[in-house]
Ligand binder design. Structure first.
Ligand SMILES: Nc1ncnc2c1ncn2[C@@H]1O[C@H](COP(=O)(O)OP(=O)(O)OP(=O)(O)O)[C@@H](O)[C@H]1O
Ligand SMILES: [Mg+2]
Length: 238
């Protein structure tokens, strides 16, 4: 079954007289459990597409069905609720809250989901431990390396057990070895059944996915299934 179903999605920005067509009739289905890379040059619309899939940004036209739910007619509250329950985000710059500890950052989505304090502290600590971060749960982001911060961000993305993980250049701010480790973690999430959509400008990283969608100027110009090559990751992460 398709977890993502985009039909003729257009996104247009207006700047004065000028019309900027950032997504031009993008139609795309992603099956549950797939691992999809989205590639394309800077400005081709990758992040805009991810923000649409992540319900962070509404399309100008077209329909989006997420896990069987038509998102078009939903109120902002329902959209936020759907997003919090179904989607985990991983960003290039981690997007952790600087004043909160690693544990508190991972707890945040659980507060929104209404989990009681003791359960959510235990869950956040156990997620961090599963990512090798047990010794750092009381550290603030500034006291952690880039790779450690991305692990915290991954733990936060996993907190509510979302079925869909969206990652925008997750290794972009990391050195190659750490980037390799983070990609391995993303692979483990996919092995456990999570659907992954990962944006990258790096064709080498895209090769680690099961399917690659190429965007150019807001249009899908390529869609290929491939045998994923996780072992080659180390040499190509930049
Ligand atoms: N809020 C906005 N208002 C106007 N134009 C925007 C807005 N957001 C994005 N754009 C434009 O949309 C186009 C696509 O942007 P987007 O961020 O999706 O590209 P991208 O493929 O993610 O690029 P990069 O690889 O550099 O991250 C760009 O030309 C950008 O300037
Ligand atoms: Mg981008």
């Amino acid at each position: 079954m398709a977890i993502i179903e985009l039909n003729q999605i257009c996104k247009t920005y207006y700047q004065g007289e000028e019309e900027l067509n950032v997504l031009r009739s993008v139609s795309l289905q992603v099956e549950q459990g797939d691992f999809v890379a989205i590639v394309g040059p800077s400005g081709s619309g990758k992040s805009t597409l991810m923000n649409t899939i992540g319900l962070l940004d509404a399309p100008t036209s077209g329909t989006y069905i997420l896990d069987g739910v038509d998102t078009e007619s939903l109120t902002d509250n329902r959209l936020a609720e759907l997003r919090n329950r179904k989607i985990g985000f991983i960003f290039q710059q981690f997007n952790l809250l600087p004043r909160l500890t690693a544990l508190e950052n991972v707890e945040l989505p659980l507060i929104y989901s209404g989990m009681d304090k003791k359960t959510r502290k235990e869950r956040a600590a156990s997620l961090l431990a599963s990512l090798g971060m047990q010794r750092h749960i009381q550290h603030k982001p500034s006291q952690l390396s880039g790779g450690q911060q991305q692990r915290v961000a991954i733990a936060r993305a996993l907190a509510v057990s979302p079925s869909l993980i969206l990652a925008d250049e997750p290794t972009g701010a990391l050195d190659s070895r750490t980037g390799h480790e983070v990609l391995d973690l993303i692979w483990e999430l996919n092995d456990r059944g999570n659907t992954i959509v990962m944006i990258t400008h790096d064709p080498g990283i895209a090769k680690t996915a099961r399917r690659t969608i190429s965007l150019h100027d807001g249009e899908i110009i390529g869609d290929e299934r491939q045998a994923p090559v996780p072992s080659a990751v180390g040499e190509v992460v930049s």
